[in-house]
Design a protein around this ligand. Sequence first.
Ligand code: C2E
Ligand code: MG
Ligand code: MG
Ligand code: MG
Length: 289
Amino acid sequence: NAKAHGKGYHQVFEEVMDEEFRYRQRLKTDLADAIANNQLRVVYQPLVDLKTRQIAGCEALTRWTHPELGPIRPDVFISLAEEVGLVSAITDFVLKTATAECALWPDTLSVSVNVSARDLRGEGLPKSISRALSASGLAPCRLEIEVTETALIEERVIAAARLKELADRGIGIALDDFGTGYSSLSYLHEMPFTKLKIDRAFIADIATDPRSLKLMANVARLGKDLDLVLTAEGVETEAQLAVLANETEVDQVQGFLFGMPLPGPEIRALIARMTRDARGPDLRLAYST
Ligand code: C2E
Ligand code: MG
Ligand code: MG
Ligand code: MG
């Protein structure tokens, strides 16, 4: 109620913008401390094989709890980190942490790490990866890098060359959030992808909207024709899972139905439970025990 306070819309707008600006400035300033003082944590979300219902690997997702402001969403702090040139330090930390964690899992499991546009431009990423792999002793084929289409828009020739070097080392390359970006299809033959992660926007309505299912099923068929592994993101309901299993060629599912991202010790316990009772027709049983 701007009027009640005698302020015009414009003035209120400016104040809100100001506040938002100061908040972002503060986060930018504090981000360097966060990295140096171990405020960042990595959590892991299972990727589940649709046929066997076993964990095929986990995606590493970064968490930042600011000492005064509380949890900050990763899409917020990652974009701020890109602006202030800190994203490569975050990627380096996540690679180191996630490969060390994955080395503790059965060797059929892999770990996926998100990288940003900046990582693909600089020289740091191949070195960070080499360091992380040799420190952890992890085989390169157990590491997967996730990139979004947005990360590939600029300098696509460089990005393609970078990704090719990684792929040649046996590292998996996943196209993340597939379908939400720009000229998706032209990237498919330029980049050495091994996996498509189909964005949850395509999954949301598949159980209720036949057109949505048709779209999803055809996207999946295209991916299969190109010999890519297909992961459906954001699977939240039994109904979506049933439709994916019965009516699409999707290989893997990921989403809250199978669990929230978990800290290392908890994901390790879950994996151990799953492997021990390799009966596991259904991963979700593991969460209720
Ligand atoms: P993303 O790579 O597409 O990761 C999946 C996001 O979807 C995660 O959000 C995850 O918690 C969320 N999610 C998983 N299952 C479900 C579900 O069933 N329903 C819904 N609604 N959401 C689900 P999160 O952890 O908040 O991360 C958001 C984005 O931030 C990530 O999207 C990724 O682009 C970026 N990000 C996170 N960690 C890192 C990192 O270490 N480096 C970089 N460069 N980016 C990161
Ligand atoms: Mg991802
Ligand atoms: Mg994604
Ligand atoms: Mg995303």
